[in-house]
Design a protein around this ligand. Structure first.
Ligand SMILES: NC(=O)c1ccc[n+]([C@@H]2O[C@H](COP(=O)([O-])OP(=O)(O)OC[C@H]3O[C@@H](n4cnc5c(N)ncnc54)[C@H](OP(=O)(O)O)[C@@H]3O)[C@@H](O)[C@H]2O)c1
Length: 242
């Protein structure tokens, strides 16, 4: 007899990203209701709708604004909300000078994550929020990327919702659709250095900073999310390897 489908309803923000699409795949594979969010202004909405339907997931295109997002989450009453979005320096360069709100770590990584957390808190279903943060995040950093993520973490900790904060190291792999040669080279160099460091006895350093792939990370995120006994906590990268 096959196992009954898992009883959950998950909303995935950042579903079109390298990690997001793997999280959608893994959730749908487990048989719960999976709603993949795609921003309504994405030029690829139709393509994503088809891809997610093929995986067994629904697509939602609620605008990134407080009231519509709150209404959508109240209607869906999710048990789990995944916050997997963030901008990059390349995206910021591409959108600089283009009409519309400026992209920045503050506006996207912090601002949209905060919007999502607040909508989740108002949904009435008390979902567990799984936030994809980053290795190196702390309360004293002067790095803008890490600082935006620290503020998003603080928002989640103060929300009263159950949560998992995941802090992975480099996420890379040959299956990333967007070409990021610099990131792949950095990850490869870091992995090589860490292999040597590991051989010299710095095993903990290697466990924390060596790179991972989206499928491996997605498997770990979904496992942590669906663990009924899992308490709210921060999970560092060594705890995110499937
Ligand atoms: N890559 C790494 O090595 C690494 C390491 C640690 C932590 N992280 C963090 O983990 C998160 C996910 O990583 P990833 O590699 O999956 O990222 P990714 O492939 O770049 O995906 C980013 C996601 O964020 C969405 N997004 C970006 N700007 C947006 C905006 N202005 N409005 C609405 N949505 C927006 C994208 O939507 P569209 O597809 O519609 O643009 C996409 O769904 C990132 O936030 C990243 O900072 C990454």
């Amino acid at each position: 007899m096959s196992a009954p489908p898992a009883a959950f309803a998950a909303f995935v923000a950042g579903a079109t990203g390298y990690v997001g699409r793997e999280v959608v795949r893994e959730l749908a594979r487990r048989g719960g209701r999976t709603v993949a969010h795609v921003r309504p202004d994405s030029p690829r909405v139709a393509e994503w709708r088809e891809r997610f339907a093929h995986l067994g997931a629904e697509t939602d295109t609620t605008p990134w604004a407080p009231e519509p997002m709150a209404a959508t989450l109240a209607r869906l009453a999710p048990t789990h909300v995944f916050a997997l979005l963030g901008t990059t320096r390349a995206r910021m360069r591409r959108t600089a000078g283009v009409a519309g709100p400026a992209e920045s770590y503050d506006a996207v990584d912090y601002g949209l994550t905060r919007l999502l957390i607040r909508a989740s808190a108002g949904a009435g279903s008390r979902p567990r929020v799984i936030y994809l943060s980053s290795v190196g995040v702390n309360g004293t950093t002067r790095n803008r990327y890490l600082a935006a993520r620290w503020r998003a973490e603080e928002e989640l900790r103060a929300s009263g919702l159950p949560y998992i904060i995941a802090r992975p190291s480099f996420i890379t792999g040959p299956d990333r659709e967007e070409r990021r040669p610099a990131e792949r080279v950095s990850a490869a160099v870091a992995d090589a250095v860490l292999t040597v460091a590991g051989a010299l006895g710095a095993g903990r350093l290697r466990a924390r900073y060596r790179s991972t792939t989206a499928p491996a990370l997605a498997g770990a995120l979904v496992r942590l999310a669906l663990d009924p006994a899992g308490a709210s906590r921060v999970v560092e990268s060594e705890g995110l390897r499937s």
